[in-house]
Ligand binder design. Structure first.
Ligand code: BEZ
Ligand code: MG
Length: 544
């Protein structure tokens, strides 16, 4: 072997090692939450590890070092706080500093063991007072415990928080740098998906990412409300200002009305900066559009889109699930039909709240080169629900037709210690390996019987949603789903006994993936699948 060969080999082995580590270290939800039931000790070890892996200035807690966290948490669970503190002392960590971590974990542990959800529900039905509690991710904010309280959101005027804005600089920079590494230049325009619950949980990280891409910072008024923005200088930014097209959910629109105005204001501010168009893509595109369409600058600056007032969702998920669509572009068109309502304020200060603006949205999407969404929790990812593909998949499919090129599609999870930007394909592989195909995950689901099989089938259908909207699913994913759930006889029998409807739907979805050209597979595998599907169908008819 030459030196070059061996260093290349070492680099590949290292990359493989890093990937395995990434999969191993991922927190995997095992099973569903059962209303009224406290979580078990086994589930708590992983949770404690994650909680102890983050700095928590609000609790005076420093993160435990990665190399000792596992052993320390085991010691804590088996022998208590003092034992864990002493163990860490042998590694040179001061007791004064580590004690606060375990005090926090003890309080989390106590709250996890009490569950008053049913009691609270009954009291709520009686019209009694229910104590409020914050809505957030348990790792991000352990103060969400105990559950069974009246979840409240946040003050929209506090968004984005200083912490969220600080964290988001790295994310925004990483996205555009990753694009530049792969395409040799910055993306001129990006489409972002913003959700309400996510921005509650992260105190506005999605909002902050949009502001960073535009190159502006939030400004608070005398009442400490975030009502304005100021440009970050091009020199400080060190890159062009990216044109950002925002699709916001109906929930975001309802909960974050002042933030919607802030985002629109940010775009309008950037469009008016006296800067060279090579460094300010918002300005570049607005000027181009005013020329090409003979429209007003106001019309050319619309970038915040949502449903018509009172409406929610894209319906792209329903269309995919029903299997009645013929051409993929129908999915992207449906997205625009649902989401082409503009929100903001024109240069005369007149608010528009849900004005139909289909042409403006078509134009804005026609320039998009990358799409992006932030994933805010380990619990709900790309294949757990149909909302990620209806939104990020939907907007990406809409871009594909209007820009006549597929956008680069990126995601990040804000909960890792080091935020990492991944492509859609990379994220799907990671999710598939850690959830759908992971025995720890599906056995956790199967403990829930009928509902668990339905969850497995949902994951497969949601994975399929990423084929339909972005053709982003590798062949091996469908092949391994078939091997794991249908071609393993004892597994097939379990699924059939617990929930033949979902087992049948799963087989049908795999056949649809092949039929629509998303999964290339040999004829004998298909024949086996068809037979399994037919048998399940016969069984279902027998039941009826
Ligand atoms: C939201 O929080 O905005 C949201 C929740 C579920 C689906 C879509 C959006
Ligand atoms: Mg393919």
């Amino acid at each position: 072997m030459t030196t070059k060969d061996s260093s290349e080999r070492d680099a590949r082995v290292f990359a493989l090692y890093e990937q395995l580590l990434e999969i191993e270290q991922r927190l995997i939800p095992t099973g569903l939450h059962v209303f009224g039931r406290a979580s078990s000790a086994g589930e708590q070890i992983d949770l404690f590890k994650m909680i102890a892996s983050f700095d928590r200035p609000e609790h005076g807690v420093r993160a435990l070092p990665t190399e000792h966290v596992e052993a320390a948490i085991r010691e804590f669970v088996n022998h208590g706080s003092e034992a864990a503190v002493r163990l860490l002392e042998t590694h040179g960590l001061k007791a004064d500093e580590t004690r606060s971590v375990f005090a926090l974990l003890e309080s989390v542990s106590t709250k996890l063991q009490t569950n008053t959800e049913i009691d609270s529900l009954v009291r709520a039905l009686r019209g009694e007072f229910i104590e409020p509690g914050p809505g957030a991710d348990i790792i991000q904010n352990p103060d969400v415990l105990p559950t069974g309280r009246n979840t409240h959101a946040i003050n929209p005027y506090s968004v984005p928080s200083a912490a969220a804005f600080a964290r988001s600089e790295f994310v925004a920079t990483s996205i555009v740098e990753r694009y530049r590494n792969e395409h040799g230049r910055y993306p001129e325009a990006m489409a972002l998906v913003l959700w309400g619950l996510d921005n509650i949980k992260t105190q506005g990280e999605g909002v902050a990412q949009a502001l960073w891409l535009l190159g502006v910072r939030p400004v608070r008024d005398g009442l400490n409300r975030t009502t304005d923005v100021a440009p970050i200088s091009l020199q400080e930014l060190g890159r062009p200002r990216i044109d950002v097209v925002m699709t916001i959910s109906g929930i975001f629109r309802d909960l974050f009305s002042p933030t919607v105005q802030l985002l629109d204001k940010a775009v309008r501010l950037v469009a008016q900066l006296d800067e060279p168009v090579e460094s300010n893509y918002v300005r570049k595109h607005v000027l181009q559009q005013v020329q090409a369409d003979a429209c007003t600058p106001d019309e050319a600056t619309v970038r915040v889109f949502s449903n018509a007032p009172g409406n929610y969702g894209t319906n792209v998920n329903f269309m995919v699930m029903d299997s009645q669509w013929e051409r993929e572009e129908t999915l992207g068109d449906l997205f625009v039909t649902r989401k082409c309502f503009a929100y903001g304020r024109d240069s005369h200060g007149r608010a528009f709240e849900g004005r139909e603006a289909r042409l403006a949205m078509d134009r804005a999407l026609s320039r998009v080169e990358a799409t992006y969404q932030n994933i805010d929790t380990f619990e709900i990812g790309l294949t757990d629900v149909d909302h990620y593909f209806e939104y990020l998949g939907g907007v990406s499919k809409a871009v594909e037709k209007r820009a006549q090129a597929k956008p680069a599609i990126y995601l990040s999870d804000s909960l890792s210690r080091e935020v990492k930007i991944r492509t859609l394909e990379e994220t799907l592989r990671l999710e598939t390996r850690t959830k759908t195909l992971n025995p720890k995950w599906y056995e956790g689901m199967l403990k829930h019987g009928f509902r668990g099989v339905a969850e497995i089938e949902n994951h497969v259908s949601n994975t399929f949603g990423w084929s339909a909207t972005a053709d982003a699913v590798d062949d091996w994913i469908y092949a391994e789903v078939a091997n794991t759930f249908l071609f393993d006889e004892s597994m097939l029998e379990r699924l059939r006994d617990l929930n033949p409807h979902s087992a049948h739907a799963l087989a049908q979805r795999l056949l649809e993936a092949n039929g629509r050209g998303y999964w290339e597979v040999d004829e004998s595998t298909l024949a086996k699948l068809r037979e399994i599907s037919r048998n399940l169908e016969d069984q279902l008819e027998g039941v009826l």
